[in-house]
Design a protein around this ligand. Structure first.
Ligand SMILES: C[S@@+](CC[C@H](N)C(=O)[O-])C[C@H]1O[C@@H](n2cnc3c(N)ncnc32)[C@H](O)[C@@H]1O
Length: 555
């Protein structure tokens, strides 16, 4: 029996196998599978041809025929509770970015279909192509982008340098920015809305789980387009956000967002929502708990305007600012610069405020003016990837609705991986650990969620897909270290490493010191903990040679 659960535990997310079992014994339609396309049946036909899968079906039949379906499901849960190590540790579950496929709400898909049906399909395809080309034009490396050719992991790399030069020469195109008129707005919802919805959904899901007490009373979406981030926030905070403000320079986009709003089911409809064309720069504007800018900063004409808009967005938030861009080197550059800018503004403000005599006032002013990164970075220092040929980006799989498949002219791929870069910035100081976080207490993480929410600020982020090898897993994480988790490190860390995915926060430190190629430079003063961390992580070979050198010098 255990083989079945292990099979499912490893290959299928829980909701899928529960749905599968239910479907198997209750002939109703499969509602939990993330697809509405005709591929669904084909997919199952192919699955049932698979010998291993048929074997598992037989095993399930044997188990389920001896008990009622509810009993079986209860047994599965009991089994999992008795064997906690079969699944990830609570800390690893807390730190994961895995949310499965993102599917647009039914009402939104239906609304898009309804709106685009009045328009010529060929024209929509043509216009969507222009949007893709405009996005593609920003994917190339910016030749001005200061890159040194030392791979953070592998060291200086000649072939990478040549490939890079060729790439720049071949792709030196100036980004062209679109103006969104009626045709572009139609093409955007038919050809891009689900692709931007997925990453925003992932980022806001992470935000919600990292800061569970946060429930925004007002959300501002800058460059709202068809209202994408508004629909996501409404979904994520379970229709509890009372006020929304969407800002977009394009009248057609705003009209499209309003049309989409009219399709929202009456019982769930957002009551207080306002759409505006301009972001006001007045300093005493109404502030919002959450300010989002998704896929918009790259549309601004130059760096100066981007900086002004960014400062204005930071001033307009009471608490959190979320920036999302395309997962390209250009997108990463925008995010890295925005992150640096906000942390710098707040550092300057802190310096001015530090002349305050009263300690209480000082603490208040720091809380008001300080800033820290909630995600993806486990630190508030300078991004170590900025001067490398890698860029910090992540991927979210989305379900392509039929209209998107038609717009893209694809017949048999009902999913797509949407790449993105992001940063979540919060006002105030970075939460500090009350007790020193060590790999030993990570193995036995506290069940108290509050502890995990603070600990998670100090876990490493996997910035590349883990390499799962025989009896060990190689992990690349921020601050550009390569660590190895061998089987001998213990069941929990090894299991967590095997199940980890690109983008996860990983709660364990490798048994052997990780190899660090880039030391982080801190904007803020380096705290004692990270100094300690630095000491621990000097590769053992280097450490011994340093000792020898010191001894020689002393002699
Ligand atoms: C790529 S779309 C992104 C739309 C939406 N945020 C999403 O994720 O689906 C960029 C949007 O930014 C808007 N935009 C461009 N420049 C702007 C500006 N200066 N102020 C406000 N909106 C702007 C465009 O009109 C467009 O709707």
């Amino acid at each position: 029996m255990s083989s079945i659960f292990r099979f499912f535990g490893q290959r299928l997310p829980r909701f899928k196998y529960n749905a599968f079992i239910r479907h198997h014994y209750d002939n109703s339609s499969i509602t939990n599978f993330p697809t509405k396309s005709p591929i669904k049946e084909e997919y199952f036909d192919n699955l049932t041809k698979d010998k291993a899968f048929r074997q598992v079906l037989d095993d399930i039949n044997k188990v389920l025929s001896s008990a009622s379906i509810n009993d079986s499901l209860r047994k599965i849960e009991e089994y999992e509770e008795d064997n906690p190590y079969v699944r990830k540790s609570p800390a690893a579950i807390f730190g994961t970015k895995r949310i499965g496929w993102v599917i647009l709400p039914d009402w939104l898909n239906e609304a898009v279909l309804e709106i685009v049906k009045e328009h010529d399909k060929e024209m929509i395809k043509h216009d969507a192509n222009r949007i893709y080309q405009s996005l593609r034009s920003t994917t190339g490396y910016d030749p001005k982008f200061d890159v040194d050719f030392k791979d953070p992991i592998m060291g200086p790399c000649k072939s990478a340098r040549n490939a890079f030069k060729r790439f720049v020469l071949e792709n030196e195109v100036k980004p062209h920015v679109l103006e969104y008129g009626t045709r572009e707005a139609m093409a955007y919802i038919a050809g891009y809305l689900p692709i931007s919805y997925g990453p925003i959904f992932n980022v806001l899901t992470e935000l919600k789980s990292r800061i569970p007490d946060f429930s925004p009373q007002s959300v501002m979406d800058f460059g709202t387009g068809p209202g994408t981030a508004i629909w996501v926030s409404h979904n994520i905070w379970d229709k509890h956000v009372p006020n929304f403000l969407g800002i977009d320079i394009s009248e057609s986009m705003l009209r499209t967002a309003e049309k989409l709003l009219s399709f929202q089911p009456k019982e769930d409809r957002i009551k207080n929502i306002e759409f505006k064309r301009y972001l006001s720069y007045e300093p005493h504007q109404l502030k919002h708990d959450l300010v989002i800018s998704a896929f918009t900063l790259n549309e601004l004409p130059n760096d100066n305007i981007r900086e002004t808009v960014l400062e204005s967005l930071w001033n307009r938030t009471n608490d959190l600012l979320v920036l999302i861009e395309n997962g390209t080197p250009a997108g990463f550059k925008i995010i890295a610069e925005a992150r640096k800018r906000i942390l710098n503004i707040n550092k300057q403000n802190n310096e001015v405020e530090s002349t305050i005599d009263n300690l209480e006032d000082e603490i208040k002013s720091i809380t008001k003016h300080g800033a820290h990164v909630v995600a993806p970075c486990p630190h508030d220092g300078i991004c170590p990837l900025v001067k490398s040929r890698n860029w910090c980006h992540f991927s979210q799989r989305i379900n392509r609705p039929l209209y998107l498949m038609q717009t893209k002219n694809v017949k048999n791929h009902n999913f797509e991986d949407s790449k993105y870069c992001y940063v979540i910035l919060r006002k105030g100081q970075r939460p500090k650990l009350l007790t020193e976080f060590t790999s030993t207490n990570a193995d036995k993480p506290s069940d108290n969620k509050r502890d995990l929410t603070v600990e998670a600020y100090h876990w490493s982020r996997l910035v590349m897909p883990p390499m799962k090898r025989s009896a060990h897993v190689v992990l690349d994480y921020c601050y550009i270290e390569r660590g190895i988790i061998p089987k001998s490190q213990g069941k929990v860390p090894y299991r967590d490493a095997r199940k980890s995915i690109w983008g996860d926060l990983f709660p364990h430190e490798p048994k052997k010191p990780a190899v660090r190629r880039h030391a982080p430079q801190y904007i803020e003063q380096v705290d004692v903990k990270s100094k300690e961390k630095d000491k621990v992580r000097i590769p053992s070979g280097q450490r011994s040679s340093k000792k020898i050198n010191n001894k020689k010098r002393e002699a």
